[in-house]
Design a protein around this ligand. Structure first.
Ligand SMILES: Nc1ncnc2c1ncn2[C@@H]1O[C@H](COP(=O)(O)OP(=O)(O)OP(=O)(O)O)[C@@H](O)[C@H]1O
Length: 897
């Protein structure tokens, strides 16, 4: 079959209906114009005068000439809103602070002043200075994330607030706190920094870089980023004034400093995402804000902290009182230290304003109209059962029939991305060669070089150049360096970039050159069942808010087109917003964090959407079983240690246990390797013909396989890599590399290729290990754990297994005897439960689930299967699997505890 036959099969035709350019937000529009859909030629992506095949796929009946409609203003389309300078009734009578603003400076003055938010910068700063909370709703690409923090920093807002606060601070004699002094102006060190939180690390990193460029400073000086295992801000906290951080990182900071005293403004960006950490952060920031309020009129802490007080069940009332007590202490400390009030800005293009207004009573809301460039919305005529195939066709058509513009395709997960990358490669190879193919090989090599020793990229179907088209992938499990390839300009010789991404690129980011967004309408999300205690990844439809965000990745640097691989009627039936993650996931980690922040009873915590109380109870059960909380549910000393580690409580426990068994070094490796997904590269994973590579790969992996299972096998991979390969951090000298090569070691990339190991995943595991090691070895005084990270059990592996048995004692499964083994027990073949056990089936101790060993485990198919195993993950797909399986002896469980 030729490529065209495959791509333009009439039965898989993708017709479109085009919607008006949308200055309004999809989630807020009320009236929908119903359009007749009849086919016509000339769409936004049809090349004028292009051939009929292309016309059959894309139509634009509203704009037959492919003309991009005029931008309409917010006032014409948007919901009724307050003007940027509107004042909340509660503000009336309040003393207003006047803010001064210098003109824009730096390299990007023109670009910055063209952005829709620019006209409102003074009003925005004024509102922020005079309100505890400001909700900002403005279109994608209008300048919220890059500009608003910069405006605050450029204005006199923070300094003024700090000075005012210092002036009104009581003298030492009127307070009980020793640290309060009136010499010089010591209080002004508080509240001078801006924190901007992002749900995803890639957004935090790229935004910090962009804003550094715009303000004309080096990244990591005035502007920096802080994400897990990567912090470019100055550690003394005096230079960096704008910190783009993941919400998880600000949460960790709040555990040490619940008043968030360093910050004058906290900007909670992309608030519509409702990720677990963001939701917790809303409550944590509200608490800090409440404790730092100076306004006598609203001095009732509990109203702010526990807005739901009236509706709280009786048994939590004493807890509430305790929490109010804690807040009052925080408040006293804030007053004594002269910490200025904390201002909070909540931002999104698709914000559910009412929910936030309820949560932050008295907040000011500002809606800013307009987007920089228009984006057309395009739908398919029919439902596309095979969205991968539809995405492939759409990408090939864009490439074939349009002159320029990069393409961003949203897919649910890594597997789909890798599959589409390899399909695209095949189909692009069949196209007529590009006019500028001469440098193809050279450029591919450069890209691979650029991503620093990530040797398997080309072979694993990741970054590649085919026929002048650069294909990049973007998903969370990629190491940061590899993720950044998608953000770089195309190398010379490439006519187009096609990025395949999960929802990691859905919000906040600007990917240079993107003109076309292709949205499959699906995503993978975590779901938790509090009855089984199990979490699974489910494929589901995105919400309208997500669709709007995906569309918003176009129209940022030029006009754009968003092609949705589903009909408009399917879009209409999508949920308005995403179900908050807090209602869908295991909360053990969150409960531990809240306890570490001094929140007495997480059930009384002020959640934007309160989670299922059963889920909180289950989390306490788990924490109690791990020894993190005592009988009265107070955090134990051990729980405090656990909370310092940025790990799931089970893995934190595993690592902490290793000290007792003197195998900290081994367990750091295991936890690091577990945090990097897909260490083993398995060609032919999705059933495609791998030309015999699948068996070569499996043979290569066997050299690392431990008879005892997956965790020791991961340890073997890491140890072999350390021994046999050279990996130099980016920027390290080539001389050193040569010197090491002469010692007979292999280059990292070559070693990974030879052993069918994902170089990227291994580097990530190594980075995580290093960071954990630093944290574990740091002294307790410096908020570390003071562990001896060099302690190693070396060849004494029994110790290692005992540690694993104790560490994972809540994740034990016992082999279920087969009917033959049960002979004589007089049980019917199906047993009493109707379950027919087959060889290698297990039952989990906790929850009593029947599970099978996952086919990717080294323990899969072991004959005879071990009697007792521990596992690191329960996975629900077609059936229930365990992964990360390691053989243990039952008696080790208690020994290890
Ligand atoms: N890395 C970049 N390269 C080029 N232009 C950029 C970059 N980052 C931002 N911009 C420009 O700045 C504009 C504003 O970006 P910003 O991220 O502040 O928008 P936003 O309103 O926060 O969007 P979103 O709601 O999607 O997060 C973009 O539309 C784009 O024109």
């Amino acid at each position: 079959m030729t490529m065209d036959d495959t791509i333009y099969d009439a039965s898989l035709d993708i017709g479109i209906a085009v919607k008006q350019t949308t200055p309004e937000l999809s989630t807020t529009k009320s009236k929908k114009k119903k359009r007749k859909r009849k086919r016509s030629s000339g769409s936004g992506i049809d090349k004028p005068g292009g051939d009929d095949e292309a016309k059959a796929l894309f139509h634009d009946e509203d704009h037959p000439g492919g003309e991009i409609p005029r931008k309409k203003s917010w006032e014409e389309h948007g919901p009724k809103s307050a003007s940027p300078s509107s004042q909340h009734p509660e503000d009336v009578g309040k003393q207003h602070v006047t803010i001064s603003m210098p003109p824009l400076a730096g390299m990007f003055v023109k670009e910055r002043s063209n952005l829709p938010v620019y006209r409102h910068r003074k009003e925005l700063c004024h509102l922020i200075a005079n309100n505890d909370v400001v909700l900002v709703v403005a279109e994608t690409g209008s300048g919220k994330s890059t500009q608003i923090p910069a405006y605050i920093s450029e204005s006199s807002l923070l300094k003024k607030a700090a000075t005012l606060s210092a002036k009104s601070t009581p003298t030492p004699s009127s307070t009980t706190t020793k640290t309060t002094t009136k010499s010089k102006t010591p209080h002004q060190k508080y509240g001078l920094t801006i924190s901007v939180t992002q749900p995803r690390r890639v957004a935090a990193i790229t935004l910090a870089k962009r804003v550094s460029d715009e303000l004309g400073c080096l990244p990591g000086t005035l502007v920096g980023h802080r994400v897990r295992f990567d912090d470019t801000t100055d550690l003394r906290g005096t230079i960096t004034k704008i910190i783009y951080a993941t919400d998880g990182m600000l949460l960790r900071e709040a555990m040490v400093d619940p008043l968030l005293r360093r910050y004058g403004v906290v900007v909670l960006d992309e608030a519509h995402e409702r990720s677990l950490q963001t939701d917790v952060l809303f409550g944590v920031v509200k608490r800090a804000m409440c404790a730092r309020r100076r306004d006598e009129k609203n001095d009732d802490g509990c109203r702010w902290v526990n807005g739901e007080m009236d509706g709280v069940a009786m048994d939590t009332a004493p807890s509430l009182e305790k929490d109010v007590e804690i807040i009052n202490k925080m408040r006293q400390e804030a007053v004594n230290l002269g910490i200025p009030p904390l201002r909070v800005v909540v931002m999104s293009a698709t914000l559910d304003v009412e929910t936030f207004q309820r949560f932050f009573p008295g907040s000011a809301t500002v809606k800013i109209p307009g987007r920089q460039f228009p984006v057309q919305e395009v739908y398919t005529e029919e439902v596309q059962e095979d969205y991968l195939d539809a995405a492939l066709k759409t990408a090939i058509q864009i490439h074939k029939y349009t002159d320029d513009g990069d393409v961003l395709i949203f897919l649910p997960g890594q597997d789909e991305i890798e599959d589409l990358a390899s399909l695209l490669k095949t189909h692009l190879e069949e196209l007529e060669p590009d006019n500028t193919p001469s440098t193809q090989q050279g450029v591919t090599k450069d890209i691979v070089q650029n991503i620093k020793g990530i040797g398997t990229s080309v072979h694993s179907g990741n970054t590649m150049i085919v026929n002048g088209v650069l294909i990049c992938v973007l998903y969370a499990a990629l190491p940061p360096d590899a993720q950044m390839v998608a953000f770089r300009p195309k190398p010379e010789g490439c006519s187009r970039k096609i990025i395949l991404s999960t929802n990691i690129a859905e919000t906040s980011v600007t990917l240079d050159g993107i003109k076309y967004v292709v949205d499959c309408g699906k995503h993978k999300s975590r779901e938790y069942s509090s009855s089984t205690g199990m979490e699974s990844l489910k494929l589901s439809n995105i919400s309208k808010a997500q669709a709007a965000q995906r569309m918003g990745r176009a129209g940022r640097v030029s006009e754009g087109i968003c092609l949705r691989l589903y009909p408009e009627i399917a879009f209409d039936s999508l949920e308005e917003t995403t179900i908050p993650e807090i209602l869908r996931v295991n909360l053990a980690h969150v409960v531990l964090q809240l306890k570490a922040m001094g929140i007495h009873d997480p059930r009384c915590f002020s959640f934007l959407t309160p989670p299922d109380p059963d889920n909180i109870v289950k989390s306490f059960e788990l924490l109690s079983a791990l020894g993190a909380v005592d009988e009265s549910l107070e955090l134990t000393a051990y729980g405090k240690e656990m909370s310092k580690l940025p790990l799931d409580p089970v893995f934190a426990h595993l690592l902490l246990q290793s000290e007792k068994f003197e195998c900290v070094s081994e367990m750091l490796t295991v936890v690091g390797m577990l945090s990097a997904e897909n260490i083993f590269f398995r060609p032919g994973r999705s059933g495609e013909d791998s030309g015999g590579l699948a068996s070569v790969g499996a043979a290569a992996h066997r050299r690392f396989a431990s008879h005892e299972g997956d965790l020791p096998s991961l340890l073997n991979v890491y140890n072999a890599w350390k021994k046999e390969a050279i990996y130099l951090q980016p920027g390290k000298s080539k001389k050193l590399e040569k010197k090491k090569l002469s010692s007979g070691k292999m280059l990292h990339g070559d070693w990974c290729k030879q052993n069918f190991i994902s170089g990227r995943a291994l580097v990530r595991a190594h980075d995580v290990r290093s960071q954990l090691s630093e944290l574990a070895s740091r002294s307790v005084e410096r908020n570390g754990l003071g562990m001896n990270v060099d302690s190693s059990c070396a060849a004494e592996m029994t110790t290692f297994f005992k540690c694993i048995s104790g560490g994972l004692s809540l994740q034990v499964a016992s082999r279920v005897p087969t009917p033959e083994q049960q002979q004589g027990s007089r049980l019917s073949k199906a047993g009493k439960s109707g379950f027919i056990p087959s060889r290698g089936q297990y039952k989990t101790r906790l929850g009593g689930n029947f599970v099978s060993v996952h086919p990717t485990s080294f323990m899969f198919g072991r004959n005879p299967p071990p009697k007792c195993v521990v596992y690191t993950e329960l996975l629900q797909t077609s059936k229930l699997y365990i992964r990360g399986v390691t053989q243990i002896r039952e008696e080790w469980i208690d020994e290890g505890r």
